[in-house]
Design a protein around this ligand. Sequence first.
Ligand SMILES: C[S@@+](CC[C@H](N)C(=O)[O-])C[C@H]1O[C@@H](n2cnc3c(N)ncnc32)[C@H](O)[C@@H]1O
Length: 393
Amino acid sequence: MPHTNSHSAHFTLATPARDRKASRSGKKPAFLQKKKSKATPSAKDSILGTATVAAAEPTADPSIPKGRQDQTQLIRRFHTIEKQLASPALTDPDERKRLLAERETLGGLETYQAASVHGGDKARGGESSKWLVKQIKELKIGLSQADQDKKKKEQQAAVQPKILKDGTKVWPTVERKKLRLLDVGAIAGTAYAGYPWISTTSIDLNPQSDSVLAYNFFDFPVPEQPEDKYDIVALSLVMNYEGSLVNRGHMLLHAHSYLTPHGYLYLVLPLPCLTNSRYLSHARLTSILESTGWTVQRQHDSAKLTYWLVKRSGETGQGEDRDGKEWKREGVRKGAQRNNFCVVVAPGKPVVRAGDAEEDKGEEKKKAATTASEGGPAADDDQDDGTAIEQDE
Ligand SMILES: C[S@@+](CC[C@H](N)C(=O)[O-])C[C@H]1O[C@@H](n2cnc3c(N)ncnc32)[C@H](O)[C@@H]1O
């Protein structure tokens, strides 16, 4: 069936129009565009972010604190604000406005993204894509049995190169299907740019390059055709940004819709989310993942991050081993110095992100000036997840 529907028809989750701010860019993912196929790729194709994304530089240059400690503080404060905004306990409209204003005063999402990129990638000598690429190669993800057989034959056969007039040897190339990856929270879409064999679709609430589509994960159209599904969905340092505890659980469930049978979810979190949380540990996350239809394939902890590559469970690989269990906030360890990071799995739909509506943005800006000049009351620091990453190994 051709994709003739408008992309809004593909939303699998009914979200109010006001939550679709991030989807208003007018750009569509490649699988909704492909009926207009052309012999040569156009500028628009490259904007769509599929196929090889050239290393794109962030388009914004927000001012971020210089010191590592200040950046970490900023990231923490953002996490706290996101969590407070998403909390069902936040019923006071003035307090909500104050939080939105504070977020704006801190520089908004752009400043958070800049601090994340600055404090993460450069300092740790590589993006979290490196670990994933290593696993993809080892597990031969995305290579069909036919491709694997072809590769084996090539290796076994004495393949002869063509020798050009100047003596250059040209080895025959074999066309293989590219691995399809959906990178959620991609910022500038650079993470997989160096891997031409990966076809990456990059999305972010606040893209920092034209190769990234402006979408909230929950609103991103779900491919209907099997060939448009993805081999991997990457949620690298996204779940800890999500302020709503139930939305974190929804992310685990929602990822299934985009994947091929036996497809993979790649999850990266700051290590303290598991090692120093009152409510989550490696064992509990493993149980939550299994309960939501995933089997852990590979897991690794570095000094600051925890990496999880999980596969859709069940014989047909559709995550059919999920059990529909609800996961509430339950203590796994005690202590005053712990953080509150938690994943809740509950029925229903994802909650709407606070501050996404255009009217909120106007209010945010107006309030920002006042709150900044008043010094604004400090929000409850007790809610700090303590999960900002400073520097990885
Ligand atoms: C800390 S950055 C992670 C960047 C990168 N993935 C990495 O691993 O370094 C988190 C990003 O996730 C994005 N994000 C958070 N929730 C999202 C959602 N529901 N849909 C799309 N992007 C989201 C934010 O806008 C932000 O740019």
